[in-house]
Design a protein around this ligand. Sequence first.
Ligand code: CO
Ligand code: CO
Ligand code: CO
Length: 304
Amino acid sequence: MDTADDAGVYRLGEDTALVQTIDVITPIVDDPADFGYIAAVNALSDIYAMGGTPLTALTFLAFAPCDLPLEAASLILHGAGLALDEHRCALLGGHTVEDSEIKFGLTVTGTVHPDKVITNSGARAGDLLYLTKPLGTGIASTALKGEMIPPALEEEYVGWMKRSNGPAAAVMMKTGVPAATDITGFGLLGHLWEMCSGAGLGAEINIYDIPLMEGVLDMVMVGMVPEGAYRNRDHLKGKVLGSSVPDARLWPLYDPQTSGGLLIAVPPGRADILVSSLASMDVPAHRIGMFRSQPGIEFVTGLD
Ligand code: CO
Ligand code: CO
Ligand code: CO
């Protein structure tokens, strides 16, 4: 628990450990089945980030039966079931409570070889840093709630959230990487900070190489920045250096992501094989910076 990793690992024997996680989210899309699907993909992601294979899941639903048709509840569960089926993860059951605010989440249990756990704290100075999805889900969902979202951005962010980190994780396991995590509530920089502090390192980030969803900057310009981004930014005060970056360009890096991409550390000598293997699975890999021994996260505007 000290390194705030994505999931807990419990050794069962020589070659098997349990890997367990729980994730609960509030609605971030209009369609209840999409919401359930995304919640499941988001929960599975923590197992994948650890290099694990999901086995079983339980659902948790907080629902307002007086305000909403029961059909919505079954659509949420249906969406989650669909995602679990696609990941060959068995749904064992679940629990529902009455609540005026909808929440839905899952616990997922998987297995991993005890020697092959990918933690968030194993990076070394000089390792390159790759990101597998563009940023912007928190900003986009704020824009959706504010009825400001352009249809193209809505389609794009829902698509990215539904996209599994499973294929990327399979590549990581095959290539062997020293550290990884998935980007969720603390935003890119919050999760990067956890990787840095867990490893006793800092990082250089090439700000203009960080992929953003199309239209996210426009949404930032009109104030669609979620509260969580302010909290994340506040939390990292004094830890992020480099001042010549326009504020609008910074907000997406603090934006809380739902079902965000993987942030992967890889030694330079193995980067090419990682990137080409990811490409063969149709997973984009954006090189966004590197780890260094000097502490702090620093923005640079041009890596070699
Ligand atoms: Co995680
Ligand atoms: Co999580
Ligand atoms: Co019960």
